[in-house]
Design a protein around this ligand. Structure first.
Ligand code: SF4
Length: 223
């Protein structure tokens, strides 16, 4: 039977609530809209650093824009904490400020990794390589930074295979000796909530995943 990653995370959070522990979490984020709900959900239970490592965003301008939006969202959440202004959010008021760790922009590493897979449809083998590249870097950064665990916002996307992402994350975690938190953030209306939050903060919501191949695929579908 397929594991229920969402329930696994809920169980984990339940244990944290009971013990009062607040582990250090490195949260790989693909973009501000996807992280909006994940940060809202997790910030009461973990000390979060967002890890922005997305060499799959092959256009530099697009990359810079997504990164700026991520920073703007974090500033907004941190302002709420500073001003104790959590009333409009799904929050009990225990949230902490969020940090960001920005990896160098390196689209060449992605293009090299997916060479030969350019024409795969979204959701195919190219995406598996892309997940592995980003989660490997997240696991390494989590280990080097002394984090208790790491995970990714990517499971919020209805277009991404949560089982594949969780298995990839767990393998990366085992490789570096750091815990991967299971997730399926689209569950419990997580995806819907991310759309509401994106609207609330006026976040840029891109209409393609990230690489030029996914952009081409989206454009050809729209013509
Ligand atoms: S479609 Fe998205 S997940 Fe797949 S390779 Fe491109 S950027 Fe990565």
């Amino acid at each position: 039977m397929r594991p229920n990653y969402s329930k696994e995370l809920d169980k984990e959070i339940q244990n944290l609530s009971e013990s009062g522990a607040r582990p250090k979490l490195l949260l790989h984020s693909c973009c501000a809209p996807c992280s909006s709900y994940v940060l809202e959900y997790l910030r009461e239970y973990y000390r979060i650093t967002v890890f922005f490592y997305n060499p799959n965003i092959t256009e530099a301008g697009e990359y810079a824009y997504r990164l700026e939006e991520e920073k703007r969202l974090i500033r907004e959440y941190n302002r709420q904490v500073e001003e104790h202004d959590l009333s409009s959010m799904n929050s009990t008021g225990a949230a902490e400020k969020i940090a960001i760790l920005e990896a160098p922009y390196d689209p060449e590493s992605f293009l090299t990794a997916v060479r030969g897979y350019e024409d795969c449809p979204e959701g195919g083998d190219r995406c598996g390589i892309c997940f592995a590249l980003r989660l490997d870097a997240a696991a390494r950064a989590a280990k080097e930074g002394g984090f208790d665990c790491f995970t990714t916002t990517l499971t919020i996307s209805p277009l991404k295979d949560a089982a594949r992402l969780n298995e990839t994350g767990m393998r990366a975690g085992e490789k570096y000796g750091v815990r991967f938190l299971p997730s399926d953030f689209k569950k419990k209306n997580g995806y819907k909530r991310s759309i509401e939050l994106s609207r609330q903060f006026g976040l840029y919501r891109q209409n393609y995943c990230g690489c030029s191949f996914s952009k081409r695929e989206r454009e050809s579908r729209n013509t």
